[in-house]
Design a protein around this ligand. Structure first.
Ligand code: GRF
Length: 200
């Protein structure tokens, strides 16, 4: 069975879309895959409760616990790797995971690490993507599923969705419109990858 480990920091709506699609499309039977764990860097991430309701293993690796370490990012990522690797993941799926990962972490999961970013990459890497798209006068915005490489929000693109930017949009209304599309393209992109690697 191919294990998918999802990393979250907050509401986990993309995680929920992945879990729902895995159930509804019977990934266990059709793709020999399952969401086996959800890991958060925040104990109060709302998505953890949703994962638990679905009987999925959850755990927390709190980045703040490493603040006093001489190399806090490296120490956090090492602990995160140890937690993730308990599940022997075929894919590690970042879904609103708000931490910058070290090159060592990215190298460890090379070819197995995916992210969704709420912009049409390569435009608007980083934070506040919706406000920046509105500010720039963009007529269209969207989301991108991409492989993760050491450079933030820069890996090869696997899927994109486009939405219009409406004249009275705020960052919040645009974010909500983009998010509905994220929930479609992320599960689809993950399923495609699983299909392409059907052999154990
Ligand atoms: C999404 O917009 C995602 O693209 C971005 O963070 C947000 C997470 O939302 N990386 P959720 O936690 O999946 O609801």
């Amino acid at each position: 069975m191919k294990n998918i480990v999802i990393l979250i920091s907050g509401s986990g709506s993309n995680m929920a879309a992945l879990i729902r699609t895995a159930d509804e499309h019977n990934w266990a039977k059709r793709l020999n895959a399952r969401v086996s764990a959800v890991i958060s860097n925040k104990a109060d991430a709302e998505g953890l409760a949703i994962a638990k309701l679905h009987g999925i293993a959850t755990s927390v690796v709190d980045h703040k616990a490493f603040a006093a370490h001489p190399q806090p990012r490296e120490a956090f990522d090492a602990a995160l790797i140890a937690e993730i690797d308990k599940h022997q993941p075929h894919l590690v799926v970042l879904a609103g995971f708000m931490r910058i990962l070290t090159p060592g972490f990215v190298a460890h999961y090379e070819g197995r690490l995916l992210n969704i970013h709420p912009s049409l990459l390569p435009a608007f890497t980083g934070l506040n993507t919706h406000a920046r798209a509105i500010e720039a006068g963009c007529k269209f915005a969207g989301a991108t599923v991409h492989r993760v490489t050491a450079e933030l929000d820069h890996g090869p693109i696997l899927a994109q969705a486009v939405v219009p930017v409406l004249v009275d949009d705020t960052a919040d209304t645009l974010a909500a419109r983009v998010l509905t599309q994220e929930h479609l393209i992320y599960p689809k992109a993950v399923a495609e990858l699983l299909k392409n690697t059907l052999n154990p």
